[in-house]
Design a protein around this ligand. Structure first.
Ligand SMILES: [Zn+2]
Ligand SMILES: [Zn+2]
Ligand SMILES: [Zn+2]
Length: 257
């Protein structure tokens, strides 16, 4: 029997969010709640493990909106501000549940986080939120009683991580994925992948690059995330996508049994 997996998409925007502050483009002026996108992150309930991937600047409001009251593990894809700046808001979960949160990232990412949030890691600092730090590399990662795969993804020149659990994978901020990694991502039940905008960007898949990658790895279903305001409104964009591809939105949930 396959394992229990529930995914809650907490945020689906690129680094500046949608709407973009000060912008009056049609997407930013949309009244559709699905066009209000917070910074990209997902929450996964996998058997008994509660896993947060990335902890961006909107984390607190995302957790309140989606009823996320407990987190056992935080995994980071990379160190960019839109993926880490909610770290301080993990503190109440330490207080309420009286436990440290497992925190997983690559060595380079941990170094950068230790510099930017020195009070969390400095032995003379307040050391809150309380984190159990685990250095990870591409390959198998033990998360509580479960194992997931960290997958190497290139974010422009920066090597970052995607994550795969069962027949599901989450890739954000990808621009290039080598053939060995692509092989691991073939024929998934669900793939969540970034698609920034139509115009070329040196660090992110464009919409076309994301669609080309999806047609190469052939998931049953794909969802697009890390979107910019330069893409059409949610409903319009959905209309132009292949039948197995949809635009993700904040608060979307998917259960895979
Ligand atoms: Zn990002
Ligand atoms: Zn706009
Ligand atoms: Zn990034």
């Amino acid at each position: 029997m396959s394992k229990k997996l529930k995914i809650t998409i907490l945020g689906t925007a690129t680094s500046i969010g949608v709407p973009m502050l000060g912008c009056t483009c049609p997407t930013c002026q949309s009244i559709d709640p699905k066009d209000r996108r917070t910074r990209s992150s997902i929450f996964i309930e996998y058997q008994n493990e509660k896993i947060l991937i990335d902890v961006g600047p909107d984390f607190r409001q995302q957790a309140l909106n989606q009823g996320v009251h407990d987190i056992d593990h935080v995994l980071l894809t990379h160190e960019h501000t839109d993926h880490v700046n909610g770290l301080d808001d993990l503190r109440p979960l330490n207080f309420i549940h009286k436990k440290a949160i497992n925190f997983y990232a690559e060595t380079r990412v941990l170094k950068e986080i230790e510099t930017r949030f020195n009070y969390i890691f400095d032995p003379k600092g307040i050391r809150l939120p309380r984190l159990n730090v685990h250095e990870i590399k591409p390959g198998d990662v033990t998360i509580g009683k479960e194992t997931i795969q960290a997958i190497r993804v290139m974010h422009g020149e920066l090597p970052i991580l995607g994550f795969k659990l069962e027949n599901f994978a989450y890739l954000t901020d990808a621009k290039k994925i080598d053939s060995a990694e692509t092989e691991q991502l073939m024929n998934l039940d669900l793939l969540i992948v970034n698609a920034l905008r139509r115009e070329e960007h040196h660090k992110h898949f464009t919409l076309q690059e994301a669609l080309d990658f999806i047609s190469m790895v052939k998931p049953k279903k794909a969802l697009l995330t890390h979107l910019s305001h330069a893409l059409p409104k949610h409903a319009e964009l959905n209309n132009e996508l292949p039948t197995n591809v949809s635009v993700a939105y904040d608060g979307m949930t998917i259960s895979i049994q």
